[in-house]
Ligand binder design. Structure first.
Ligand code: URA
Length: 242
């Protein structure tokens, strides 16, 4: 790859600022000063130093974001703030994207990465990656409703969904339309558009609050505040790839 690309990906600066640093003679390749950004390097075998310090080439970046409401799961949007705009300047890269989507008013676990293969794998319908959500529902989630979810529902548009595991955690009187509120957890094995909300609509109930708490083996980190993110650990990345 080109030396200027290598340096930019190693986080030294943008392609144009890297040019200036190269001109200053601050970069060595295998011990020789190299001033030409077009110089070809083998990222796996060559030692590139900046200001005397060896650089480690990193191709892929993985972040776990606790998505707040009001931001959209996209890389660009003309109206709303996007999830990639929540990254600090030092972590932002043009090629980072969200893995799958959460609705604008849904909170919780979202992976941001520039690893296209992993993103594709985790969202492929055939892979059935489990997703777990916590939700507050207007109404009483009864055993009858839990059974309906367990056998597989038909959505209002006639589309069938795979069985989902629904757990009712708390039911209490509330000033909702029905007079009741249920707190639930649900595990689904697909990722259809607005799936959780549409599953509840199929049983005439409404989702008032939705938060994703798990994707595959990856759980939402309780220490992450809404809008915050952290780097995924090697173990977490490996477990997502399994
Ligand atoms: N299901 C939904 O309805 N919305 C989401 O954001 C995720 C799952």
């Amino acid at each position: 790859m080109r030396l200027d690309k290598f340096l930019a990906e190693a986080g030294i600066g943008t392609r144009s600022s890297v040019k200036i640093l190269l001109k200053k003679g601050l970069v060595t390749v295998a011990g020789q000063v190299q001033k030409d950004g077009r110089f070809q390097v083998d990222k796996n075998s060559v030692e590139v130093c900046f200001d005397g310090k060896p650089l480690i080439y990193q191709e892929f970046y993985y972040y776990l974001l606790n998505k707040p409401q009001g931001v959209v799961s996209a890389t660009k949007d003309n109206i709303f703030k996007t999830v990639v705009q929540l990254l600090d300047k030092k972590d932002f890269r043009e090629d980072i994207f969200p893995v799958g989507r959460l609705d604008k008013n849904t909170e919780g676990l979202l992976i941001l990465t520039n690893d296209g293969a992993l993103g594709h794998d985790l969202t492929q319908p055939k892979k059935h990656v489990e997703k777990e959500y916590f939700a507050r529902i207007d109404g009483k989630v009864t055993n009858e409703i839990i059974d309906k979810f367990a056998t597989g529902l038909t959505l209002k548009n006639g589309e069938k969904v795979k069985p989902g595991e629904l757990y009712s955690e708390k039911v209490y009187e509330s000033d909702t339309q029905s007079g009741w509120m249920s707190e639930i957890r649900i595990v689904i094995h697909e990722g259809k558009f607005h799936q959780v909300k549409r599953m509840f609509e199929a049983v005439e109930m409404y989702v008032l609050y939705l938060k994703r708490i798990r994707m595959g083996n990856l759980k939402l980190d309780k220490n992450l505040k809404l809008g915050d993110y952290r780097i995924l650990t090697i173990e977490e990345i490996e477990s997502l790839k399994k």
